[in-house]
Write a protein that binds this ligand. Structure first.
Ligand code: 9WN
Length: 437
C-alpha cells in the first residue's frame, strides 16, 4: 500500500516495483538485470533487500543470507556470486576468469560457490538492520541477526585490517569495480598508469545488451581486466597492486554500516558502544583525510600519486548520510549539492554522478554524468538526517517519478530524465519502493 507520505503516487508504483523484484528473483537472490547482470551483485543485493523488505521480509533476509554464504574465510564479501545455471558467455568476466574454485584456488575462497575476488561497498550491515526492523518478530524467530552478525563483523574486520593501505585508518579500493562507479572521471588519473590488457584477450558481453555509448569504453575494459588479472595472479593478496584509492562513498557506507552493526549488537544483548566509537573515529579520519574545503565536498585520494584527485564525483557528497558529520561540513555539502556542479533543485531532474561543469561530463555515459537511483536514495536520506526536510521531500518525489516513468531504468540523463542502460533494474525498483513507504 502507498505510504502516508506518498500522496502523489498510487498503488501502481508499489505493484510495478514489486513486479520487477519478482521478475528478477532467482529463488535465493535477486539479479540486478536479467540481461545485463544475470548473477548476484554485492551492493545491489544490499539495496535490493532494503526495498524487498516492504514486499517480503523473509525474501529480504534470504537475499542477504545468500550473499553472505559466499563470504571468503578472510572476511571479504565478493562483488559477484555466480549463478551456475547461467551460461558462461552471458557476462564477462565469468567464473573462469576469477578462478575462485579451480585447482590452486585462492586461500579461503568458498569451495562450492563460484565468486569474484574483489569487493563492493559495505552497505550490508545497514541493510540487515533495516530488514530486521521491517519485521522484528520474524527476524528473531529465524535468528536472522544472530546469524548475520559474526559474518558482518568479519567483513568489516577484513576491510579495516587488510584494506587500510594508506595507514590513515580509511579503507582503499583496489579496482574501480570495487567502488561501484566503474568509469567515474575520478578514476581517469589513477587508471592512466595501468597498461591495458590487449582487446583481443577478452570478449565483452555487456555490448550485446547495452548501447556502446552508454557503457565504459574498450580502453577502460582493457585496464579493468589488467588490474583484476594482476590481483587474481597475486592470489588476491592485498597491498601490492598498482591501483589504490580512498573513496569517500565507500568509507561513508562502511561508517553507516558500523553504526548499524552497533545497533545489531544491542539487539543481540551486547554493548554497541565500542562500534559507535569506532564509527566516530572513522568519521574523523574521513574528514581529516578526504574533506576539501575549497570544493565544498569530499575528494578521492589516489595513494600512488600521494594526493587528492580534484574531479568532483557524486561519491564526494555521499558522506552526507553520516549523522556525526560536523555541522559546518554537512551545511557545505548541502550547498554543493544544490549549487552549479550538481544542480539539485535547479537545472537537473536528478543528482548527476559527476560534475555538470566538469570537462569529462557526459549525460549518457554510465558514471560520467548520468543520474543513478542508489545515490539519489542515499542523498535523500542524508538530507533528512541533517534536517533538510523540504529538499529531501523534493528529491524523493523526483526519484519516485523518474523511477516509475522510465520503467525502473538503471540510470537516466540528469537533464531530461531519459532512460539509459537496462530497464527493470533491481535497485531502482527496490529503492523506489523504500521511498514510497
Ligand atoms: C561491474 C551491477 C553492477 C553495479 C555497479 C555497476 C555495474 C558491473 C559492470 O553493474 O558494474 O561490477 O559489469 O559494469 O557499475 O555499480 O553494482 O548492477
Amino acid at each position: 500500500p502507498p505510504g502516508a507520505h506518498a500522496p502523489a503516487f498510487g498503488t501502481s508504483l508499489h505493484v510495478r516495483a514489486a513486479r520487477v523484484l519478482d521478475a528478477n528473483w532467482t529463488g535465493s537472490s535477486t539479479v540486478p538485470s536479467r540481461n545485463l547482470y544475470p548473477h548476484q551483485w554485492s551492493w545491489d543485493s544490499a539495496f535490493i533487500a532494503i526495498g524487498l523488505r516492504h514486499v517480503s521480509p523473509r525474501r529480504a533476509q534470504t537475499e542477504l543470507e545468500t550473499l553472505l554464504a559466499a563470504q571468503w574465510a578472510d572476511g571479504r564479501v565478493p562483488h559477484i556470486v555466480f549463478n551456475p545455471s547461467v551460461p558462461l558467455d552471458a557476462y564477462f568476466p565469468s567464473p573462469d576468469f576469477w578462478r575462485s574454485t579451480t585447482a590452486g584456488r585462492p586461500a579461503g575462497a568458498p569451495r562450492t560457490v563460484q565468486t569474484s575476488g574483489i569487493v563492493q561497498p559495505p552497505v550490508h550491515a545497514l541493510a540487515a538492520w533495516l530488514v530486521h526492523c521491517a519485521d522484528p518478530g520474524l527476524s528473531r524467530a529465524r535468528g536472522f541477526l544472530a546469524r548475520m552478525y559474526p559474518r558482518l563483523a568479519a567483513w568489516h574486520r577484513y576491510l579495516l585490517h587488510r584494506r587500510d593501505l594508506g595507514g590513515a585508518g580509511l579503507v582503499s579500493v583496489v579496482h574501480p569495480w570495487e567502488q561501484g562507479m566503474d568509469n567515474s572521471p575520478c578514476w581517469d588519473a589513477p587508471l592512466a598508469r595501468i597498461a591495458p590488457a590487449p582487446a583481443r584477450s577478452f570478449r565483452r558481453a555487456d555490448l550485446a545488451h547495452g548501447a556502446p555509448e552508454d557503457r565504459p569504453t574498450d580502453l577502460d575494459y582493457g585496464r579493468y581486466v589488467r588490474l583484476a588479472a594482476d590481483y587474481r595472479d597475486a592470489g588476491y593478496a592485498d597491498g601490492g597492486g598498482e591501483f589504490a584509492v580512498e573513496d569517500p562513498a565507500f568509507n561513508a557506507l562502511l561508517i553507516a554500516s558500523e553504526h548499524a552493526l552497533a545497533r545489531i549488537a544491542g539487539e543481540l544483548g551486547a554493548a554497541g558502544t565500542a562500534r559507535h566509537a569506532r564509527a566516530d573515529r572513522l568519521t574523523a579520519a574521513l574528514v581529516r583525510r578526504l574533506w576539501d574545503p575549497a570544493s565544498g565536498m569530499f575528494l578521492c585520494r589516489d595513494l600512488h600519486a600521494g594526493r587528492p584527485n580534484h574531479e568532483r564525483g557524486v561519491s564526494g557528497l555521499v558522506p552526507l548520510i553520516l549523522p556525526g558529520l560536523p555541522r559546518e561540513i554537512a551545511a557545505a555539502l548541502v550547498r554543493t549539492l544544490c549549487g552549479p556542479h550538481f544542480g539539485l533543485g535547479g537545472r537537473t531532474r536528478l543528482v548527476p554522478s559527476y560534475d555538470l561543469l566538469g570537462e569529462a561530463f557526459d549525460p549518457h555515459r554510465y558514471w560520467r554524468g548520468p543520474a543513478w537511483f542508489n545515490t539519489g536514495w542515499l542523498l535523500e536520506r542524508g538530507l533528512r538526517v541533517h534536517g533538510e526536510r523540504e529538499r529531501a521531500d523534493a528529491l524523493r518525489t523526483a526519484v519516485l517519478r523518474l523511477a516509475e516513468d522510465t520503467g525502473f531504468a538503471e540510470y537516466v540523463d540528469p537533464y531530461t530524465g531519459a532512460a539509459c542502460g537496462a530497464t527493470g533494474f533491481g535497485w531502482t525498483a527496490a529503492l523506489a519502493l523504500d521511498l514510497h513507504h
